[in-house]
Design a protein around this ligand. Structure first.
Ligand code: F6P
Length: 559
């Protein structure tokens, strides 16, 4: 990026973004358009277009996406849609669904959609139809979960009361998020999730459980992830201390059957899947074993059906009404065109409080890249920093910055029209009001004059106005989108997750990157292995930087 210094910022962005599409003027046009409109008030767009609320929103059966509170107008939307067409989104999408090897750096397909292809229509990878084996594994999951839930499969001390999923990243975040989100449907054993190699995590979970009635799921695509393997070994030792046959209460979910054998998992306790299911896209198959045990096969199928419906929508809807493509285009507008480098995900849904972490992995591991598909350096920013928290909690923490900070952070609100707890409907009305009030406040703001007039009504002395008023001004004009749905049912949750998966894919495609590898996690893993050796008494690693060596020495002296 050294050459950037030689250009003015705007010239640089025009130059670099133009390269994404090999000289096409589309990004240039978008950047120019943004320069022309960046200072206008979003709220003024509603005066110009009386039907803006309708024109800049999409109802897709039970999902309603409102993006009217952004600075996107007709010309920018048209330019964005043209960009999607030019980047070949439809062709890329069809190639993904067909099972082509679109994960080029690993020579793999990206076929998570096959896991929820409930109709079972054939899908070929290397000329082999993968559907029979997917449906067979799904059947095995159903049978096993039924047996656990009914008590037919029991622990050595009786019916299974607790299930512990040991996994990390995609082998943890998806299942943990869904189990939490679908709490009203949870009628199976309690589910616990252990991910962190920090011993306090496994200690705090296992110390409260009765090993004789616990089922442990070791969930790891590779069965080599060091945190998971260490936790699995500790759990096995814990189980061994309580029962005669620890392996009877262990199951594994993995693509590496050889390694599950070596660990000592019985073959009929292994739920396999293929390497073309990426970790962060894997909750729909065996990695979702904890989910199906918690909610049962029927409800798990509703989750799959919802995702499948979104797949069909993604495949068939025109771009202007295609939710994943629209969300991606809004993302590109905010990140690459407006240069807003982070995005806040704000589910006004306590049961979706793990969604921001889940989406962090989905988006940042998929699209946080520096090279394009050909390995050429990107000259522009890739994924934004995705972060967030459930509303209304965030309002009393970081919303101050969203409203009055110097950075503009596009916000994504999600909220259900109705809660599961009808007797607490008055809570839900407060939740909805807060959600809608925040997007209104972010857009509307409050001017100096408005503050002064309010202060005068509040009986503040005139000579104190100016000082006080400046602190109370809200700049406003801060963009947000809202995804509204009737109720957080399994089907709707399935649709929402698939919506985000496809959005990430489209964003990646527009930027020309491979959304399905994650080489950026490797270096830290390698270095950690060497450091552990040093910490446990091995020789000092002089390849390490002096700061790191010193940190190890100081830590050793403190231990
Ligand atoms: O290190 C990153 C990562 O590979 C993620 O992509 C993945 O979801 C996670 O680790 C867990 O991997 P595994 O399921 O192979 O244990």
């Amino acid at each position: 990026q050294e050459h950037c210094a030689y250009f003015s910022y705007f010239a640089w962005r025009q130059y670099t973004l133009g390269r994404i599409i090999d000289g096409s003027l589309m990004f240039d046009q978008l950047l120019k358009h943004f320069q022309n409109v960046k200072d206008r008030r979003i709220i003024s767009l509603f005066d110009q277009d009386k039907k803006r609320a309708m024109n800049f929103s999409v109802l897709q059966e039970d999902l309603f996406l409102d993006f009217s509170k952004t600075n996107i107008d007709r010309p920018s939307l048209e330019l964005l849609i043209n960009l999607a067409k030019f980047r070949g989104i439809s062709e890329a999408r069809d190639a993904m669904f067909r099972g082509e090897l679109i994960n080029t750096s690993e020579g793999r397909a990206a076929l998570h959609t096959a896991l929820r292809n409930v109709e079972g229509t054939p899908i070929y990878v290397n000329k082999i139809d993968v559907m029979p084996s997917i449906l067979q594994t799904l059947e095995k999951m159903k049978v096993f979960s039924d047996r656990v839930r009914s008590g037919q499969f029991s622990g050595q001390g009786g019916t299974i009361t607790d299930v512990v999923n040991i996994g990390i990243g995609g082998s943890d975040l998806g299942p943990a998020m869904v189990v939490k989100a679908l709490a009203p449907y949870h009628d199976g054993p309690n589910c616990h999730f252990i991910s962190n190699v920090d011993g306090s995590h496994i200690h705090d979970v296992l110390s409260k459980l009765n090993a004789e009635k616990t089922l442990v799921i070791v969930a790891s695509k590779t069965f080599t992830t060091s945190e998971t393997m260490k936790n699995a070994k500790t759990a096995y030792d814990w189980m061994s201390g309580a029962v005669n046959e620890p392996s009877q209460q262990f199951v594994a979910v993995s693509t590496a059957v050889q390694k599950t054998d070596e660990f000592g998992i019985y073959r009929d306790h292994v739920f396999g899947f293929e390497d073309w299911v990426g970790g962060r896209y894997s909750l729909w198959g065996p990695i979702g074993l904890s989910i199906i045990i918690a909610i049962g096969a029927e409800i798990f199928e509703a989750l799959l059906n919802g995702a499948h419906e979104m797949d069909i929508h993604f495949k068939t809807a025109e771009i202007a009404k295609n939710l994943p493509i629209l969300l991606a285009l809004i993302g590109v507008w905010h990140n690459q065109i407006c240069n807003y480098s982070t995005r806040a995900v704000l589910p006004y849904d306590q049961r979706l409080n793990k969604l921001p972490s889940y989406l962090q992995q989905l988006e940042m591991e998929s699209n946080g890249k520096s090279v394009d598909l050909d390995g050429s350096l990107l000259d522009f920013h890739s994924a934004p920093v995705v972060w967030g928290e459930a509303g209304t909690n965030g309002q009393h923490a970081f919303f101050q910055l969203l409203h009055q900070g110097t950075r503009i952070i596009p916000c994504e609100f999600l909220v259900a029209a109705q809660s599961h707890e009808m007797y607490l409907d008055h809570h839900h009305k407060s939740l909805l009001s807060n959600c809608f009030a925040q997007s209104e406040a972010l857009m509307r703001g409050r001017s100096f004059e408005e503050v002064c007039s309010k202060l005068s009504n509040d009986d503040v002395k005139y000579d104190e106005f100016a000082d006080q008023a400046r602190h109370r001004v809200f700049p406003g004009n801060r963009p947000s989108t809202t995804l509204l749905y009737p109720k957080l049912t399994p089907k709707i949750l399935g649709k929402i997750i698939a919506l985000y998966e496809h959005r990430v894919f489209v964003e990646g495609k527009i930027l020309g990157i491979n959304s399905f590898d994650q080489w950026g996690v490797e270096l830290g893993k390698e270095l950690a292995a060497g450091l552990e050796n040093f910490l446990t008494g091995g020789s000092e690693n002089t390849d390490l930087n002096a700061s790191t060596q010193n940190l190890v020495k100081v830590a050793k002296s403190m231990r």
